[in-house]
Design a protein around this ligand. Structure first.
Ligand code: R5P
Length: 303
């Protein structure tokens, strides 16, 4: 199978972590920024791409706007260099939280990103897009790796029969995915605000956490607020231990500190961003083999 990998700047370490040792050529890209701020990319040796299936591996965090245009430029460059087909692996898709109009007069920015990717790529594998509503083209495959994250938590912490929880109903498909692969219970958390005291309670919709280990699954940890609240409430309700599994650990500002003070025992995530948090609490789980298997199967079917 003739595959070459073109990585955007954010995804360089992801390409090395996931793909090294798998016989992939990671082709060299020249980057520069012109004095006026515009970006330039060039595939150093276009002959390496000609006639091949080119995989553009891209993370759109941090520097979301630059990374977005870089991704499209790399796809265009690969096409013009004669790639047989151009596949995107978007390890983190920016702007997916703006998936609808929250207020009149807004754009649906997530749709802008999806439409542009749809135009430039033959197929796009995206890792845990925030809103699957954004995808309405057969060209997109949303990939979840919660089975790997949960598996690793179970092994590292000798967890037996954990309850998998999503922080809200919208993320239930993530809990379901993780739980069903391992035959575990799953549920989602419901938030109630007491109209008189204003106090917020967060409880699983159906199941009790009492005496159980809980694994909270979510797509993004940004400020950490969602996870910290969920973990605190679940522990108050009698859970034995709380672990977290998220696809994208942005952890902005003092999020890491908040998470470390929240009682969360282990925080498991994936290499999907152009940054890595070096902290003993944060465990990065390699999903390279599973990703490659998916792509290989896709390429085999397409011929
Ligand atoms: C929300 O719908 C998302 O799925 C995440 O729960 C949210 O983006 C997490 O953000 P934060 O860490 O700032 O609470």
């Amino acid at each position: 199978m003739d595959l070459v990998v073109i990585s955007n700047r954010n995804a360089r370490w992801i390409a090395e972590t996931l793909l090294s040792g798998n016989g992939f050529e990671i082709v060299d890209i020249q980057y520069k920024v012109f004095p006026d701020g515009e970006h330039y990319v060039r595939i150093s040796d276009p002959a390496k791409v000609e006639g091949q299936t080119a995989i553009v591996l891209s993370s759109m965090y941090p520097r979301q706007n630059d990374s977005f245009i870089e991704t499209l430029m790399l796809a265009d460059a690969a096409r013009r260099a004669g790639a047989k087909r151009v596949i995107g692996i978007i390890t983190y898709m920016a702007y997916a939280r703006q998936d609808k109009l929250f207020l009149p007069g807004e754009p649906v920015t997530g749709k802008i990103v999806v439409n542009a990717l749809d135009y430039y790529f033959d197929h796009i594998f995206v890792i845990d897009i925030h809103s699957i509503k954004l995808i309405n083209s057969k060209k997109f495959t949303n990939l979840l790796f919660f089975d790997l994250l949960v598996d690793r938590i179970i092994k590292d912490w000798r967890v037996s029969n954990p309850l998998i929880l999503s922080p809200d109903k919208g993320a239930l498909h993530r809990a379901k995915f993780a739980a069903e692969k391992h035959g575990l219970d799953y549920d989602y958390l419901v938030k109630h605000r007491d109209r008189i005291t204003g106090e917020i309670s967060v409880m699983p919709k159906e199941l009790s956490v009492k005496g159980r280990d809980v694994i909270i699954v979510d797509d993004i940890a940004s400020t950490g607020g969602t996870l910290v609240l969920a973990a605190r409430k679940v522990l108050e309700a009698g859970a034995s231990r709380v672990f977290v599994s998220v696809s994208h650990a942005l952890l902005v500002g003092n999020a890491l500190e908040k998470i470390k003070n929240s009682g969360i025992k282990g925080f498991y995530t994936l290499p999907t961003l152009g940054l890595k948090h070096n902290d003993p609490l944060i465990v990065y789980v390699n999903y390279g083999n599973e990703l490659l298997e998916t792509i290989r199967k896709w390429v085999q079917v397409k011929g």
